[in-house]
Ligand binder design. Structure first.
Ligand SMILES: *[C@@H]1O[C@H](CO)[C@@H](O)[C@H](O)[C@H]1NC(C)=O
Ligand SMILES: *[C@@H]1O[C@H](CO)[C@@H](O)[C@H](O)[C@H]1NC(C)=O
Ligand SMILES: *[C@@H]1O[C@H](CO)[C@@H](O)[C@H](O)[C@H]1NC(C)=O
Ligand SMILES: *[C@@H]1O[C@H](CO)[C@@H](O)[C@H](O)[C@H]1NC(C)=O
Length: 211
């Protein structure tokens, strides 16, 4: 049996809207994974998580920090693992960029033209980049991976894709897709089957799905 890794984080007792207002020009590196950008409550840090058995590399991620097993809820580079020595920088010219030790860009969101002035990791689990009038110019909620949060809005083209396996965070075989209807797709599962689709009309019944 294969457990679908899509789940809803339970509502937190309080969803504080306070946040740390941190200005641009800071970096995180894989050499110190205990250095991250936390939300004010500490529930959700943004930073690097080592994956696999040590050799495979790092994800730039947001995780739920209050569980013993740190539960990843968002990742920038799940299909393009960052090697040891990678870093992420939020540059003063407004680029959030993940680079490998040779300076090659692994993942980048360029907000140079959007008037980006600060970043904030919110207690809602959302990492936001904002301009001088506190308008959001980019947010992790716009690019969900396998988790939806209370208060997060999925637009018509949003999709959640499960991880490949518990040891492999790459996009896996189950996809929840909003396209007029809410649809659960299986992607090549079983491996030799054609892709299948199940239409879900009641999300409440599908908080946790064993397939
Ligand atoms: C990862 O480590 C565990 C425990 O040390 C081991 O059982 C498992 O086989 C390892 N997996 C890989 C892919 O190396
Ligand atoms: C964050 O910084 C911006 C730009 O300096 C400012 O306009 C905004 O009011 C600040 N927000 C908070 C909550 O401090
Ligand atoms: C900040 O972003 C908001 C939302 O994207 C936008 O409406 C607003 O004009 C921007 N403000 C500045 C000063 O760029
Ligand atoms: C994870 O799964 C993907 C998709 O099947 C595969 O391409 C990749 O090699 C796997 N990564 C590891 C470290 O096994």
């Amino acid at each position: 049996m294969f457990r679908l890794a899509i789940f809803l984080v339970l509502p937190l007792s309080t969803i504080a809207q306070s946040y740390k207002n941190i200005s641009l020009g800071s970096t995180l590196t894989t050499s110190d994974v205990t250095d991250f950008w936390p939300s004010p409550s500490g529930d959700f840090p943004f930073g690097f998580q080592r994956i696999g058995n040590g050799s495979s590399g790092f994800l730039l991620a947001i995780w739920f920090n209050k569980l013993k097993e740190k539960t990843m809820v968002w990742s920038a580079n799940r299909n393009n693992i960052a090697p040891e020595g990678s870093q992420v920088e939020l540059s003063i010219d407004g680029r959030l960029v993940l680079t490998d030790p040779n300076g090659q860009e692994i993942w980048v969101r360029d907000m140079a033209r959007a008037g980006l002035v600060y970043r904030a990791m919110l207690d809602t689990g959302n990492f936001v980049l904002a301009n001088s009038s506190s308008g959001i110019v980019w947010q992790s909620f716009d690019e969900p991976t396998d988790t939806i949060f209370p208060g997060q809005v999925l637009d018509q083209r949003s999709r959640l894709v499960s991880s490949f396996s518990s040891m492999n965070a790459s996009t896996g075989r189950f996809e929840l897709f909003l396209d007029g209807e809410l649809a659960l797709y299986t992607i090549k599962y079983p491996i030799d089957a054609t892709n299948d689709v199940v239409i879900l009309r009641n999300i409440e019944k599908k908080k946790k799905t064993d397939v």
